[in-house]
Design a protein around this ligand. Structure first.
Ligand SMILES: Nc1ncnc2c1ncn2[C@@H]1O[C@H](COP(=O)(O)OP(=O)(O)OP(=O)(O)O)[C@@H](O)[C@H]1O
Ligand SMILES: [Mg+2]
Length: 267
């Protein structure tokens, strides 16, 4: 289980995160949804102890990220925004190296490598150099390094980025099957990705949590606030939650109609 408690992250005077709190439970896939620059990667870097928060803390499997970061890292499989690959290594060398660094040896390591080769469809590039393989294959090898030690917590920053449609379907199915006995958090700004994968959604915008819940719960929140009359698709929910403020059109005079304006980039 993951428990994030009032996390604030300051870069100078700029707050990348302000008082962020949320939980993710075992057996659950939590989708961290937000536009570019919302703070998704920053949350993940804090959870994986790559960054320390300015204030607040978080627990991973009951272990505090500030008090025992090494133990937290052991439990986590992390796919960062850019897959962490050593480009002068071959695919098999690299995954063997990561497995050994994670303390896996002998038969266990061979079994894990065999499984990863199959479920991630990387047999054909197994002996290729990491600098030669395509972006989609780099992403798959990145996922393999996150899974090699069978972690209880998976943190995936835009896991299907760069994959072709068939691979996206395959990787989603893999994540779903893995989630049965793990806690999974993935980030995205792509709405169909959340609909396909997430049991619950945490929406983040400008470093703050805007809403959380299942898609139905988010729909109810929007409906009760009367913020949209449109059909409650995830797209309309997202737009209603992210741009609730009515702003005046700069070219219109006082008292003229109010219009809605988007407040962040969205694909
Ligand atoms: N090292 C840094 N120094 C200053 N500002 C930073 C730094 N890292 C991130 N930020 C800022 O913090 C905010 C959140 O960034 P973050 O990378 O977490 O967003 P994101 O939701 O992952 O966006 P994207 O969808 O584009 O990946 C952004 O405004 C970003 O410019
Ligand atoms: Mg990011």
């Amino acid at each position: 289980m993951i428990d994030v408690q009032s996390v604030t992250m300051l870069y100078g005077s700029f707050a990348a995160l302000s008082g962020v709190s949320f939980q993710a439970h075992q057996g659950e896939i939590l989708g961290l949804l937000g536009p570019n620059g919302a703070g998704k990667t920053t949350v993940m870097r804090i959870l994986t102890t790559y960054l320390y928060p300015s204030s607040g803390t978080a627990k991973v499997g009951g272990i505090d990220i500030l008090k025992n970061p090494i133990e937290v890292r052991r439990r986590i499989g992390y796919l960062p925004e850019t897959a962490p690959l050593y480009l002068d290594m071959l695919v098999d060398e690299y995954l063997r190296f990561v497995g050994e660094a994670r303390g896996i040896r002998g038969r266990n390591l061979e079994n894990r490598l065999g499984w990863l080769r199959e479920v991630l469809g990387i047999e054909s590039i197994w002996k290729h150099g990491l600098s030669e393989i395509s972006k989609g294959y780099r992403q798959r090898v990145g996922l393999a390094q996150a899974l090699i030690h069978d972690p209880s917590v998976l943190i995936l920053d835009e896991p299907t980025s760069g994959l072709d449609p068939l691979q996206i379907i395959g990787i989603r199915a893999l994540i779903k099957s893995l989630a049965k006995d793990k806690t999974v958090i993935f980030s995205t700004h792509i709405l169909p990705e959340v609909e396909a994968l997430a049991d619950r959604i945490t929406i983040i915008h400008e470093g703050q949590i805007v809403a959380q819940g299942t898609q139905q719960e988010l729909a109810r929140q929007v409906w009760e606030k009367g913020e949209t009359k449109e059909p409650l698709t995830l797209e309309n929910i997202f737009i209603s939650l992210l741009m609730p403020k009515k702003v005046r059109h700069p070219e219109r005079s006082e008292g003229s109609h109010e219009i809605l304006r988007p407040q962040g980039g969205l694909e």
